[in-house]
Design a protein around this ligand. Structure first.
Ligand code: ZN
Ligand code: ZN
Length: 99
């Protein structure tokens, strides 16, 4: 009796010794579907595990477009961070001495 294993998604034959539940094609799809949203976030977000780096201000990022490599505290993998600064403005009357 031969042991067979099938991809849980598409039913393709897998190697019986494979530890995987999915064939390589479906696995790739799964990874892409679970892509972590890392664009324009309030904090640098690890693209590997989704961990937010709340200590980013201890780094060297100061200006719009600055780039820095971070190592994730959770998964220890490295990733690139680009800082985006959105301009905001505050105005006040100057001393009440209006002209
Ligand atoms: Zn498959
Ligand atoms: Zn991480």
């Amino acid at each position: 009796m031969s042991e067979t294993k099938e991809c849980a998604k598409c039913g393709d034959d897998l190697s019986p010794k494979s530890e995987e539940e999915l064939c390589s094609d479906c696995k790739q799809e799964e990874i892409e579907a679970n892509e972590i949203d890392t664009v324009d976030k309030d904090y640098p977000t690890c693209p590997h595990c989704g961990n937010e780096d709340h200590d980013w201000c201890e780094g060297t990022l100061t200006e719009d477009g600055d780039v820095e490599w971070h190592r994730c505290h959770r998964c220890q993998k490295s990733y690139k961070v680009t800082m985006h600064i959105v301009a905001t403005f505050t105005t006040e009357k100057f001393g009440g001495d209006e002209r």
